[in-house]
Ligand binder design. Structure first.
Ligand code: ZN
Length: 395
C-alpha cells in the first residue's frame, strides 16, 4: 500500500509538469524541479504515515490526508481529460495483423495541423497503396478535441512481412507506423460449375456490370454514422460451414476452362428457408436481386463497414430500414451463382474483404480501450521525461 500511495503521489507530481503546465515547467531550472519533487515526495510520505494511523482526522493536515486518500481511492484520472495528451496522437491498434484482419487507426492532429481529409494507407515501402480507410470523427473529448478513426483491412492475399501505415492528408504524409503482417494459410478448393453457373460468371452482361458498379459504390462509401460498437454475431444459428474466408478457389467451367478466385466470406451450409439474421445494428442500404449473388442484403454498421448476405430465397427487409442485432433479413436459398442452398456472409471494410471471424472476436471501435491506450502512452512519455531529468541531475 505504501508503494501504491507513493507511486500515485509521484505520478500526480509528474502530471503537474504535463499538459498546459509543461511550458511553465520547462522554464523552471532543473534544480527547482528536483526540490519540488522532493517536497511532494516527503509530503506524500508524511500524509501516508498519518493516514495509516487510527484513521482519525483531527487537524487540517489530517483532513488533507483524508481528502487525498478519498481522491486516491477512486479510479485513475478521467481518461477523456485530453489536457494530458501529447499531440499529435497516432495509434495503430493492431501492430501484428494477419491477412484478412481489420485495423483501427486513431488520429488526433496537433492543433497547428491545418491539413484536412486524412486517410490511413497500408503500403510497403516503395509500393503503391495496398488498402486504405478514410478518417471519420469517432467522438469528442471533454475538452472538445475530436478523436478520429479510420478502418481498413489487410487483404487476404497479402504476403507476410513488414508494412507501413501512413497518415495522408491533402498536403502529404503526416506520419507513419510500422506493422508486421503475420503469415496465414488458407484452404484451396476446386469448384466445378455447370453450364448455367458457368454462364453467370463468363457471359458479358451490361446488367451484371451495372450491378457490380452499384455494389462497389456502396461498399467503398465511408459514411459518418456509428450504429454499433459491439462485436458482430453469426447470421445463422448453424455452425456448419461449407467454405471459409479466403479460400483459394478454382472455378472449373463447363467448357473445360478454369479461373482462380478468392472466397470473400463464409458459406454456411443451411437448408433453403433458414432464417438469416442481421449480425449487428445498422441500416439496410441494399435489399435487391442481383444476377451473381441472387437475393442480396447489405447493411451498413460503421463508416465504411458493411455486412453482405447472398443467395437468399426471399428478402424480408426494405432498403433504408434500421436493423438491430438479430433482425430477420430474409430466408436462405440458392439464388444467383450457387451450387446448392447456403448463406454466403461477407464483411467489407473500406471495400476490402474482411474475415468475419475477426469481426465476431472484438469490436472495431472501443472508446474505453482507445482512451486508456492514449493515456498509457501519454504517461509513458511523461515518465520517460521525468526519468531523463533525474538522470541528468544525478551526474
Ligand atoms: Zn460464398
Amino acid at each position: 500500500m505504501t508503494q501504491t500511495f507513493l507511486a500515485r503521489t509521484i505520478a500526480s507530481c509528474f502530471m503537474i509538469f504535463s499538459g498546459p503546465g509543461r511550458a511553465f515547467a520547462a522554464r523552471l531550472k532543473r534544480k527547482t524541479i528536483v526540490m519540488l519533487v522532493l517536497a511532494v515526495l516527503s509530503a506524500g510520505g508524511l500524509l501516508f504515515c498519518t493516514a495509516s494511523g487510527a484513521g482519525q482526522a483531527s487537524g487540517p493536515a489530517d483532513q488533507a490526508a483524508t481528502d487525498q486518500a478519498a481522491a486516491d481511492s477512486g479510479e485513475a484520472p478521467d481518461p477523456a481529460d485530453d489536457s494530458l495528451w501529447e499531440l499529435p496522437v497516432f495509434m495503430v491498434l493492431q501492430e501484428h495483423p494477419r491477412p484478412g484482419e481489420p485495423i483501427t487507426v486513431i488520429y488526433v492532429p496537433a492543433e497547428s495541423q491545418n491539413d484536412t481529409d486524412f486517410r490511413a494507407v497500408l503500403t510497403r515501402s516503395g509500393e503503391r497503396p495496398i488498402s486504405r480507410g478514410v478518417f471519420f470523427e469517432y467522438f469528442r473529448t471533454q475538452g472538445g478535441r475530436p478523436v478520429s478513426a479510420a478502418l481498413l483491412t489487410v487483404p487476404s492475399t497479402l504476403d507476410s512481412g513488414e508494412a507501413l501505415i501512413h497518415i495522408e492528408g491533402q498536403t502529404g504524409i503526416a506520419g507513419s507506423r510500422r506493422v508486421t503482417v503475420e503469415p496465414r494459410d488458407f484452404v484451396s478448393e476446386t469448384i466445378p460449375l455447370n453450364e448455367s453457373n458457368t454462364a453467370i460468371r463468363t457471359v458479358p452482361d451490361p446488367q451484371k456490370t451495372r450491378e457490380a458498379e452499384l455494389l462497389w459504390s456502396i461498399i467503398t462509401h465511408t459514411g459518418v454514422d456509428i450504429y454499433t460498437e459491439e462485436p458482430f454475431s453469426a447470421p445463422v444459428s448453424s455452425t456448419r460451414r461449407t467454405s471459409f474466408f479466403g479460400d483459394r478457389r478454382i472455378y472449373a467451367y463447363s467448357d473445360g476452362r478454369s479461373e482462380s478466385s478468392v472466397h470473400a466470406g463464409i458459406d454456411y451450409g443451411v437448408p433453403t428457408g433458414t432464417d438469416v439474421l442481421a449480425c449487428a445494428p445498422g441500416k439496410t442500404v441494399l435489399a435487391a436481386f442481383r444476377i451473381v449473388t441472387g437475393n442480396t442484403v447489405i447493411i451498413e454498421h460503421l463508416p465504411g463497414v458493411y455486412s453482405l448476405y447472398y443467395h437468399m430465397d426471399r428478402l424480408l427487409v426494405e432498403e433504408g430500414s434500421l436493423t438491430e442485432r438479430g433482425t430477420l433479413l430474409g430466408q436462405s436459398g440458392s439464388t444467383g451463382l450457387a451450387t446448392g442452398p447456403h448463406l454466403h456472409w461477407e464483411i467489407r471494410v473500406s471495400g476490402e474483404n474482411t474475415d468475419p471471424d475477426m469481426m465476431m472476436l472484438r469490436p472495431l471501435l472501443d472508446k474505453d480501450f482507445i482512451l486508456s491506450k492514449i493515456n498509457s502512452e501519454a504517461r509513458a512519455v511523461d515518465s520517460q521525461e521525468a526519468r531523463n531529468s533525474y538522470q541528468t541531475e544525478g551526474r
